[in-house]
Design a protein around this ligand. Structure first.
Ligand SMILES: C[S@@+](CC[C@H](N)C(=O)[O-])C[C@H]1O[C@@H](n2cnc3c(N)ncnc32)[C@H](O)[C@@H]1O
Length: 372
C-alpha cells in the first residue's frame, strides 16, 4: 500500500509568515489586515441561511474574524509543508449553536467504507488507516460545507465548518505521546472531543478503552470521516480459523459488533453536546479521559470548552490537549488558553511536551484542582 498525504496550501501564505521569538509564526501585519479586509467583504452578511437548515438564526452572536495557520491532511503537498501553514476563513458572526445529535452506527459497519479510499498513515506506531477525504469535495450530501470549504481553500469556516475533514498536525503529536508515555486506555471511558478523523479515539479503542465517544461539530464529518475511519481500523483482519467460511464470517461480525458497541458518535456544538449527554434522563458516567487536538484556535469558544471539561470530566479524570502555540488571525493558542484556565481556577494545567519544530506545539494536561 502506498502512503500519501494530501494537503492544500493557499498560494503565498507561507511567505506571509514571520517567525516570532518562541519559534511561532505570525502573519505580517499589513498582509494580515489586507487579507482580513478582502475576506470581510465576502462574509459581511453571512447568517444562517435556509441552505444551512441546522443553523438557527436566533443563535447568532457577534464574533471575531478568523484566520489562522495550522496543518492538515487532505491536500496535495507534503505533510511538512502543510504543517507550516493553513487557512482559516474569516467569518463575521459567532457560530450558530448547532444542535447536537447522536449518530446511529449503521448495521454492517464495513458498508460505510463503500466508495472510500483508505490509506495507511505513515510513521505511526499505532498502525492506523484513514479515509482519503479530498474525494468528498466532489460529493457532499446534506450539509453545504465541503464545497464552500474546498472552493475557498480554507481549513475552516467558523460556525459552519470547524475543520474536521482534515487530520491536523497535533493529532500526530498526541498519538506519538500515547506511545511514548505508554498511556493506558484499558477500562477507561474516553471522549475524543472535536474528533475530526477520530484517530485519537481509535487509538483508545485499540488500546482497550471500555467506551469511546467521538464528537465533532459537523454531522457530515462524523458520517463521512469518523465512522468510516473507525470501520477501517476495526481489528477484523482475516484470522486463522479451521471452521467453515460461514462460521468465520459470523465470528467476525460478532467481534465487529462487540467493538463498535463501545463507540458512540455525536455531532453538534459543545454546549449542545453537553446537554444531550447530561439531560437524557439517565445518570451520566463521566469521562476518565478527554482527548482533544487543535480545538483551542478560537478564544470565543474557550468558555464553552472549559464548561465542557468541567461538566463531563470525572473528578479523577484528565484532559490531554494538543495545540499550536498560536493560531494567527483567530487569536487563540496555548498561552491564552492556559491563562483562561488559570483564571477560572478549576483545573490545574501541566505541560507534558513542547514540540519545537517550526511553529511550536504543546501537549498539556488538565486535571481538577480539588477533585471532590
Ligand atoms: C481544527 S479541527 C481539529 C480536528 C481533529 N481534532 C484533529 O486534530 O485533526 C477542530 C475540531 O474541533 C471541533 N470544534 C471546534 N469548535 C467547536 C465548537 N464550538 N463546538 C463543537 N465542536 C467544535 C470541530 O468539530 C473540529 O473537528
Amino acid at each position: 500500500m502506498t502512503f500519501q498525504f494530501n494537503f492544500t496550501i493557499e498560494d503565498g501564505l507561507e511567505n506571509e509568515l514571520t517567525p516570532l521569538g518562541d519559534g511561532a509564526l505570525t502573519l505580517n501585519a499589513s498582509k494580515e489586515s489586507s487579507i482580513s479586509e478582502s475576506q470581510k467583504g465576502k462574509h459581511r452578511d453571512k447568517t444562517c441561511s435556509p441552505e444551512q437548515p441546522d443553523l438557527p438564526q436566533d443563535h447568532l452572536q457577534e464574533h471575531k474574524s478568523v484566520r489562522n495557520a495550522a496543518p492538515s491532511q487532505d491536500t496535495d503537498n507534503s505533510l511538512d509543508t502543510a504543517n507550516r501553514s493553513s487557512n482559516l476563513e474569516p467569518h463575521e458572526r459567532q457560530p450558530c449553536l448547532r444542535a447536537a445529535k447522536e449518530h446511529a452506527v449503521p448495521k454492517g459497519l464495513k458498508k460505510v467504507l463503500e466508495n472510500k479510499v483508505i490509506e495507511t498513515l505513515p510513521g505511526l506506531q499505532h498502525n492506523l488507516s484513514a479515509v482519503k477525504t479530498i474525494l468528498l469535495k466532489e460529493n457532499f450530501p446534506g450539509e453545504n460545507i465541503v464545497s464552500r470549504n474546498f472552493s475557498s481553500h480554507s481549513d475552516l469556516i467558523s460556525g459552519v465548518y470547524e475543520g474536521g475533514l482534515k487530520i491536523w498536525e497535533c493529532t500526530f503529536d498526541l498519538l506519538a505521546y500515547f506511545t511514548k508515555a505508554k498511556l493506558k486506555f484499558a477500562g477507561k471511558k474516553v471522549l475524543d472531543l472535536g474528533c475530526g478523523s477520530g484517530l485519537l479515539g481509535i487509538a483508545a479503542l485499540k488500546g482497550g478503552a471500555k467506551e469511546i465517544h467521538f464528537q465533532d461539530y459537523n454531522s457530515m464529518v462524523i458520517d463521512e470521516v469518523t465512522l468510516p475511519n473507525v470501520a477501517a481500523n476495526s481489528t477484523l483482519e482475516d484470522e486463522e480459523n479451521d471452521g467453515c467460511e460461514a462460521d468465520v464470517k459470523r465470528c467476525r461480525r460478532l467481534k465487529e459488533a462487540q467493538e463498535i458497541y463501545k463507540c458512540r458518535f455525536f455531532s453538534g456544538e459543545w454546549s449542545e453536546f453537553c446537554k444531550v449527554m447530561l439531560s437524557n434522563g439517565k445518570p451520566f458516567e463521566k469521562y476518565d479521559l478527554i482527548l482533544t487536538s487543535e480545538t483551542i484556535y478560537n478564544p470565543d469558544y474557550y468558555d464553552t470548552l472549559h464548561q465542557t471539561f468541567l461538566r463531563l470530566l470525572d473528578k479523577d479524570g484528565r484532559v490531554l490537549l494538543a495545540s499550536k502555540a498560536h493560531y494567527f488571525g483567530v487569536g487563540g493558542g496555548i498561552h491564552l488558553f492556559q491563562k483562561f484556565v488559570q483564571e477560572r481556577n478549576v483545573f490545574e494545567t501541566r505541560t507534558l511536551e513542547i514540540i519545537d519544530e517550526g511553529l511550536k506545539r504543546f501537549l498539556i494536561e488538565l486535571i481538577f484542582k480539588c477533585p471532590s
